[in-house]
Design a protein around this ligand. Structure first.
Ligand code: HEM
Length: 393
């Protein structure tokens, strides 16, 4: 029988664990696979950490619901499609999937390559950079704002709104909720203004496409478009940057892997998948139980918030051979860094293309790089951003 009482000795919050979580993941999986972790961000939330349990939850939305009660991200209406359960969820994905299909995303590759080259040019001859501020943040956010149809001239403002939701500088849960709610209202205001403009005057961007989109034969309402835009804003402005940072931080500390990508750029797509598995930049997903249930012999009552520890599932020795080894030649890499089941990531093809192109261009220009002396990397919780990724070459 497993124990769902708070296990204060297991916390993912200390900086040294956030930097290198694999040992903690293993201890949690082995000793407390269904538990309330210690630390502020997990109060009242049951964490599942084994691959089998996480997969079961992803694949049973009727038990593990994505209802807005699962997580506080400042929205007052459900985010579409993330916080909609089946069967309605499927109708939304049917409308959205074609927009993000691999063929559509491939059309944007030349622009991604042009932009990342320009950005790398600014630092390549300097011999050092802050990879977070100078490379990983500007590239995906510029691309995403262009695709969505929000003004790139306001990128700093949008990034700070996104950070105000994902990592607000709060000292208590109450303060966190207040900050997130206030930021959410600002995001609604930005989106409402742009969607109004697009309703009057279409442009070549996603928001205009959504204004004309139909779900179940009905046009989307202004609120529907705003609710999709809100989720894109949060999902699109953070995840690719954080993933690129996790990957480059790993490579900067593992010269054999770094050199291999410099020598064999054709390995980059495999390396992207393997580092997504090992680093799991989006380390967890949120659910709330719709009914009383049981996991691993442990009762969980309806209405419990659930934390699916994706990073742990992706390194569970019950599901993977040599899980703690980063092996670019790994065969059959069915990682769940993009989630699993009906809510599997809509933006995965865009993300993969951006990560591949960024790593190709970076290693072509800056093949030999390492962490600057004395830097202790600072990983944020949840989505693993590293704001002090100082590199030298
Ligand atoms: C490497 C980058 C990315 C990672 C690791 C990632 C990861 C994830 C994960 C784990 C989920 C599942 C969440 C859940 O089940 O609760 C998800 C869903 C989602 N992602 Fe991503 N994501 C990435 C990039 C993007 C981008 C660039 C977009 C831009 C549109 C995006 C849009 C979405 C959306 C809309 C969903 C919800 C899908 C649904 O509910 O049907 N993601 N993502």
């Amino acid at each position: 029988m497993t124990d769902t009482k708070t296990n204060a000795q297991y916390s993912l919050e200390p900086p040294e664990i956030a930097r290198n979580p694999h040992g903690a993941y293993r201890e949690i999986r082995d000793n407390a696979p269904v538990t309330e972790l210690g630390g502020r961000s997990h109060t009242g939330t049951v964490t599942l950490s084994r691959h089998e349990d996480v997969m079961r939850a992803f694949q049973a939305p009727e038990v593990f619901s994505s209802d807005p009660g699962a997580v506080d991200i400042g929205n007052t209406r459900p985010l579409v499609p993330l916080q909609i359960d089946p069967p309605h969820h499927r109708k939304h994905r049917k409308a959205l999937d074609p927009l993000f299909a691999p063929k559509q995303m491939a059309k944007h590759e030349p622009r991604v390559r042009e932009l990342i080259r320009e950005i790398i040019d600014r630092v390549a001859d300097r011999g050092h950079c802050n990879f977070h501020h100078e490379i990983a943040e500007p590239m995906p956010s510029t691309i995403f704002l262009e695709l969505l149809g929000l003004p790139t001239s306001r990128v700093e403002e949008f990034l700070s709104l996104k950070d105000g939701i994902i990592r607000p500088p709060a000292r208590s849960l109450e303060e966190r909720r207040e900050m997130v709610n206030a930021t959410g209202q600002k995001i609604y205001a930005v989106l409402e203004e742009v969607v109004e403009t697009r309703m009057a005057d279409r442009q070549d961007d996603f928001l205009s496409t959504l204004v004309d989109a139909e779900v179940d034969g009905q046009p989307l309402s202004r609120d529907d478009v705003v609710d999709i835009g809100y989720l894109f804003f949060i999902a699109g402005l953070d995840t690719v940057s954080a993933s690129l940072e996790c990957m480059v931080a790993f490579l900067a500390q593992n010269p054999v892997h770094r050199q291999r990508l410099a020598d064999e750029p054709e390995m980059i797509p495999h390396a992207v998948e393997e580092m997504l598995r090992y680093e799991s930049p989006v380390a967890s997903a949120a659910r709330i139980t719709a009914v009383d249930t049981e996991v691993n012999g442990c009762p969980i009552s309806a209405g419990t918030r659930i934390h699916l520890l994706v990073g742990s599932a992706n390194t569970d020795e019950r599901a993977w051979d040599h899980p703690d080894e980063v092996d670019f030649d790994r065969e059959s890499n069915r990682h769940i860094a993009f989630g699993a089941g009906v809510h599997r990531c809509l933006g995965s093809h865009l993300a993969r293309m951006e990560l591949r192109v960024a790593l190709e261009e970076w290693h072509a220009r800056v093949p030999h790089y390492r962490l600057a002396d004395g830097v202790e990397l600072r990983f944020s919780q949840g989505i693993r951003q590293i704001d002090n990724l100082e590199l030298v070459w």
